[in-house]
Design a protein around this ligand. Sequence first.
Ligand SMILES: *Cc1c(COP(=O)(O)O)cnc(C)c1O
Length: 374
Amino acid sequence: MPVANAEIYLPALLHNIQHFRKKASKSRIMAIVKGNAYGHGLMETSRYLENYVDGFGVARTGEALYLRTIGIERPIVLLEGFFPEDNLEVIAKYNLQVAIHSPWQVRRLCRFVSSHPILIWFKIDTGMHRLGFSPKEGLDYLLQLVECGSAAKPVTIFSHFSSADELENSYTTEQHQIFLDFMLLAKKRGIAIGAASIAASSAILEWPDSRHTWMRPGISLYGISPFAATTADKATGAQLGLRPAMTLKSEIISIRSHFKGEAVGYNQRWRSARDTLLGVVAIGYGDGYPRNMPGGVPVLIKGIRYPIVGQISMDTLVVDLGSETTVNIGDEVILWGPVLPVEEIAALSGFSAYELVTSLTNRIQLCYKTDCIS
Ligand SMILES: *Cc1c(COP(=O)(O)O)cnc(C)c1O
C-alpha cells in the first residue's frame, strides 16, 4: 500500500444506489461524478457505476469526454451545458446531453446545424439565482429552443435547490412550486416535456415530492450526509442508512520524545503542556489534507483517536500519542472513513465534507480492492 492513499470500497456505492431506489423506485438515477467523482476517482468509480445507474452528470466537457474515452455508454449530462470555447460538433458526436441555462447558449445551439440533434436539459432558476432562466423569460427561450433543429425533443426541464439541506427551511417548498408551475405553463403552451429533475442528495433523502424523473445524487452516492452537523440525527451517512466508500489513510513514519514547553511544526503553533510522545504521519496539504485543519482534530490509529497538534505541513502532520503508547512506526493512520466520519472532521474543522473529499490531490493514490492508482 502506498504511503498516503484513499481506499475506495465500491460496493458501498451500490448499497447507496439501492437505498435511493427503495425511496423512489420509479425515478432514474444520474450519478454525479464531477470533481473526480468527489475525489473517489472518475475512471474506476464510473466504470463500476455504469452497471447500476441510468446516467452520469458532470460539470466540465473534459470530464464527459473522458467518460466516453474510457467506454462509458450511458447518457452523460453536462450540468453547466457547453462552454463558450466548446465545439458543438464534438458534443453531438459524443452524444453528450447539455444543460441550457443562458440566452447565448440558445443562440449558439440554434445556429448549429447537425444531423445529430442534442438532448437538452433546460435549466430554470427557481431561487438559487446562479444559473438558469427566470421562469418569466424562460418560456420564450424554451419556445425558441423547441423550434431549433439541433435540439432533440422532448426537452427535459431541471432546476437546483439552494437550501434543501436545511430541513426546516420552507424556501425549498417555494422553489419546488415555482418548478411545478413552470412545467404546467410550458405544457399549456403546447411544449412537450420529456422529463423533470430537481433533486440532488438532500432532496432525494428528505424532500420526497421532489424526486421526479431523474434524481441527481452526488455526495450521498459516496455515502456522505449532505446535511449540516446541526441536523444531529442526520449528520453522517450511516445515520441516513448510507455507506461511506472512502477511507483516507497514511502511516506513522517517526515517533519522538517531546518535552513540556517545546513547540512543534511551523510557527510554533502548539506547545506541549507535558512530556509526551509525538507521532509524525506522512500526509499533509500536498495531499489535500487542509493546511488550516485546527489542532485537536482526531485521527484514528488501531481504533484509538489521537489529536493533531501544530500546523499541517505539506507532507506531514503530527499527532500527540501521550506519554506511553503502543503505536509503532508503520502503523496505519486513518484520517477519515466509516469509523471516523468525514462529516465529523468537517464539523470540527469548519470545512465541508464536500470540500474535504474533493480536495484530495493526485498524490493520493486511490486503491480499489488490490489495485492502487494515482
Ligand atoms: C453537484 C450537483 C448535484 C449533486 O449535488 P449533491 O448535493 O452532491 O448531491 C446535482 N445537480 C447539480 C446540477 C449539481 O451541480
